[in-house]
Design a binder for this molecule. Structure first.
Ligand code: AKG
Ligand code: FE2
Length: 321
């Protein structure tokens, strides 16, 4: 039965229609390295994740598996979400094959994947500007795959205020770093987002949610150091619910929320000074493979798209002010 119902896709062992192999990722930015993958999930896979998460939602927290929770966290992120457990993964073939697919598309080993999170934003709910890799190196999220599970609303874009699409536009200053619970994080309250979410006023990169599409971006440079240009936020949806699955990839295998990244220099092994041993930075390996496909054409076409819509503003202000 499931076979008959799966148009342009095949039914998995669990009867959920599998998406056909994804098309080649499109480059949406080079700094940070960011890619869009169209139709990574089928509609039926998106629906299955929403069904699984719906009864388990709670107020979203911050950090790996909600490890960074502090009073007033909703001022930074006021959505609802759930983190799927290892048990869920062990029992659910859909989650297993999605994890493989996510790792494949990020060119990272599955062992680097954190437990999958699923989040729901209702109107006026958002995720303030932040970086996924902590500037102190305490949170080692090297790459993030955001999979959009719903559409049919306005807004809800993932916005990158450091990626200016304006002709000749200069990058705005970085948001300030706030310390919370002893962890220095690059994290801004929700009100910092509004000016970037407003399509008429903003000429920064905004990736619009489309069900089944994914956005992959790297929060670290190829040497593993945090890439501050990756600062981003999730805009509130207007007139509908935005659902996403968030697959974060840790810089080191065997996910551990508290592990610190210490650059391993090949000098330790081979006596060559100041060369990072990329064999020891798997996320960087993935990033480099994508970087090999960098093309100014993509940025040019994004700029053109924007220029057709509006006269780009050359003035950018700090999201922190
Ligand atoms: O909601 C979004 O579009 C962004 C989510 C996000 O920042 C994350 O998953 O790290
Ligand atoms: Fe994020």
């Amino acid at each position: 039965m499931a076979l008959l119902l799966c148009l342009a896709s095949s039914a998995g062992a669990d009867g959920v229609c599998e998406a056909p192999p994804p098309p080649h990722p499109e480059i949406v930015a080079t700094r940070p390295r960011a890619y869009r993958i169209r139709s990574l999930l089928s509609a039926s896979e998106c629906e299955a994740l929403v069904r699984l998460a719906s009864p388990r939602l709670e107020a979203s927290r911050l950090g790996p598996a909600g490890s960074l929770s502090f009073a007033g966290g909703a001022a930074w992120r006021n959505s609802s979400s759930t983190t799927l457990s290892d048990d869920d993964l062990a029992r659910n073939p859909l989650l297993q094959r999605l994890r493989r697919r996510f790792a494949d598309v990020a060119l990272l080993p599955e062992t680097h994947a954190e437990p999958l999170q699923i989040a729901r934003y209702r109107p006026a709910e958002a995720f303030g500007l932040h970086t996924d890799a902590d500037v102190s190196g305490a949170v080692l999220r090297a790459a993030t795959l955001v999979v959009y599970l719903s559409d049919g609303f306005d807004g809800g874009e993932t916005v990158f205020p450091r990626v200016s699409l304006a002709r000749g536009g200069s990058l705005p200053p970085l948001p300030k770093i706030v310390a919370s619970g002893g962890q220095p994080l690059l994290l801004q309250q929700l009100d910092s987002l509004a000016k970037f979410c407003d399509g008429r006023a903003s000429s920064v990169l905004r990736v619009a949610p489309r069900r089944g599409d994914a956005l992959l971006f790297f929060s670290t440079h190829p040497d593993g150091a945090p890439d501050l240009d990756s600062v981003h936020g999730g805009c509130p949806p207007i007139g509908g619910e935005k659902w996403i699955a968030q697959q974060w990839f840790n810089l080191e295998g065997g996910f551990a929320a508290t592990r610190r990244w210490t650059p391993r220099r090949s000098s330790e092994a081979a006596g060559t000074p100041n060369v990072v041993d990329e064999e020891n930075v798997p996320a960087a390996r993935g990033g480099e493979q994508w970087a090999a496909q960098l093309s100014a054409r993509v940025l040019r076409s994004l700029r053109k798209e924007l220029a057709e819509k509006e006269e780009p503003s050359l003035e950018m202000t700090s999201p922190g002010t």
